[in-house]
Ligand binder design. Structure first.
Ligand SMILES: NC(=O)c1ccc[n+]([C@@H]2O[C@H](COP(=O)([O-])OP(=O)(O)OC[C@H]3O[C@@H](n4cnc5c(N)ncnc54)[C@H](O)[C@@H]3O)[C@@H](O)[C@H]2O)c1
Ligand SMILES: N[C@@H](CC=O)C(=O)O
Length: 497
């Protein structure tokens, strides 16, 4: 292994920085000697290296999870709860180090990284408790002398494949639900951000999570996913990432008929009604657009403003953008960090060029001001239309596309004009308009007059090509549970009703 630069960033606990995979409670290198560098997107410097496991090592992780399942599922729910709560406490106690690691590998400003650690930990606590409430049902019997009911049982080994934009919370929202349900997990984090996942493994071990229950495998993404999807013993696949890769994994899982949860791309409309104060709406829209430098599945992708306040809104939005500071997320007072890598910057530039070539107006976004090659300055385009990539695709960059509409029916049509259906924002105080939009918008989540919409109690997920299933909330654990129906017959003591 090559030397890394992370220790110089002064983690309070340097053992949270691991450059190995974690399988069956052991830190593991790749048998084939393959490894990958991980870069700080702000500076371009290598932070460290991770091994790429060989196919037989991925299967060993499945063997380990299979063995662990026997004991993990046999624990009482309150015993699993205790271990998960110990994990939660350790995440909280190490919040600062986890946040530093995250900023280094992902780029988001340190306060946002702290927020994500808090957010990620909150799912662990939530599901620790929810695990105690996986109730079955009693069914009034139609069969004489029989007792009918259901039990909830863990589905089995769960493979969790996660993205780089939320390197910790996208893991805990899945892993805590699965583990609380009694399932061991095999996590395959994004290659860009493995260190948050490995720190989670270190803390899981300290929390007393038994060997084989929480595994982190690293490797060539297509190779690893093919094995996990093709493995009969892996019963559930929970994926967060792009719709393109999600579709691929659905296909790869067909042969083994897995339980699938898919949290895929978004293309969120942000609708501003004619009754809104343009300054207030612009402030909210900027918050919904620029968090995590726009690299958020919930980011406002198409900002649709009523024509009567459009020009004023644009003025306020541009003012708000001018106040944003772009830079290395480790420095103070930074609002936007870098994009994850150079290709993301190139994609953002291409989206802006495409929009301008098709008639959009560039209001602001001078890329010569970018503090480094992976940075993209907040950009505002007006007059965006459905023909433009900025409308059709999730841009995953700090590029805001604004357009005007004239009435509610038109804006509903505009908002729904996408194959995605994750989240939508509505800003208006007119209760009739709110209800009309809420019902007509084809999205899994609609947030009215609030940028913040997520958290542990929330059923997070999309419709259309934004995904399958829901994470979090009271149903998130069901993604990892089977319903077993039972009929206890020949029981004269039961009446049948
Ligand atoms: N709906 C949600 O909850 C949610 C949350 C976060 C991110 N996202 C989406 O994630 C996307 C951004 O994340 P990303 O760029 O990491 O997504 P991605 O699809 O490129 O990667 C996600 C994961 O899949 C792996 N992967 C990549 N190519 C693969 C392949 N060919 N075969 C198998 N695995 C492969 C990656 O290594 C990573 O672990 C955006 O579309 C965003 O909207 C959705
Ligand atoms: N912000 C989202 C992650 C999407 O990228 C969440 O809260 O889950």
């Amino acid at each position: 292994m090559k030397l890394s630069t992370i220790p110089s960033v002064q983690l309070d606990d340097p053992r949270l920085f691991r450059q190995y995979a974690y399988v069956n409670g052991k830190w593991t290198h790749g048998d084939g000697g393959r490894e990958e560098a991980v870069f700080d997107p702000a500076t371009g410097e290598a932070l460290g290296h991770i091994p790429w496991l060989e196919a037989h090592q991925i299967r060993e992780a499945v063997d380990a999870a299979e063995a662990a399942f026997v004991h993990w599922r046999a624990l009482r729910a309150d015993e699993r709860c205790e271990r998960l709560l110990a994990w939660y406490d350790l995440l909280q106690a190490n919040r600062e180090d986890l946040a530093k690691l995250m900023t280094l590998e992902q780029g988001k400003p340190l306060p946002d990284a702290r927020g994500e650690v808090e957010y990620g930990a909150s799912f662990v606590r939530w599901f620790a408790e929810e695990g105690k409430r996986t109730f079955g049902e009693t069914i009034p019997s139609h069969i004489p002398n029989a007792a009918l009911g259901t039990l909830k049982e863990p589905v089995g080994i769960a493979a969790l494949i996660t993205p780089w934009n939320f390197p910790l919370a996208m893991i805990t929202r899945k892993a805590a639900a699965a583990m609380a349900a009694g399932c061991p997990v095999i996590v395959k984090p994004a290659g860009e951000t493995p260190f948050s996942a490995l720190a989670l493994a270190e803390l899981a071990e300290r929390a007393g999570i038994p060997d084989g229950v929480f595994n982190v495998v690293l490797g060539e993404p297509a190779e690893v996913s093919k094995i996990l999807c093709g493995e009969e013993r892996v019963k559930a696949l929970s994926f967060t990432g792009s719709t393109r890769v999600g579709k691929l994994l659905i296909e790869q899982s067909a042969g083994t008929v897995k339980r699938l949860s898919m949290e895929l791309g978004g293309n969120a409309p942000f609708i501003v009604g004619p009754d809104m104060d343009p300054g207030e709406a612009a402030f909210a829209a900027a918050a919904a657009k620029f968090q995590t430098a726009g690299q958020d599945c919930l980011a406002a992708n198409r900002i649709l403003v009523h024509e009567s306040i459009h020009d004023e809104f644009v003025e306020h939005f541009a003012e708000r953008m001018a106040a944003l500071t772009v830079g290395n997320g480790l420095e103070s007072e930074i609002d936007l960090g870098p994009l994850i890598h150079r290709q993301a910057v190139e994609k953002a530039a291409a989206i802006v060029d495409d929009a301008i070539s098709r008639g959009a107006t560039l209001v602001s976004g001078d890329q010569s001001q970018a503090p480094g090659p992976n940075f993209f300055m907040p950009t505002l385009l007006t007059g965006v239309t459905p023909k433009m990539t900025v409308w059709r695709e999730e841009n995953f960059a700090p590029v805001a596309g604004v357009t005007a509409y004239s009435d509610d029916d038109q804006v509903i049509e505009m908002a729904n004009d996408t194959e995605y259906g994750l989240a939508a924002y509505v800003y208006t105080h007119d209760i009739r308009r709110i209800w009309k939009l809420l019902r007509a918008l084809e999205f899994g989540m609609v947030s009215v007059n609030s940028v913040k919409m997520t958290g542990p109690p929330v059923p997070f997920g999309g419709v259309k090509q934004s995904g399958l299933g829901r994470e979090g909330g009271i149903t998130g654990i069901d993604e990892f549970l089977e319903t077993k129906y039972y009929c206890l017959g020949a029981m004269p003591s039961v009446s049948g009703s």
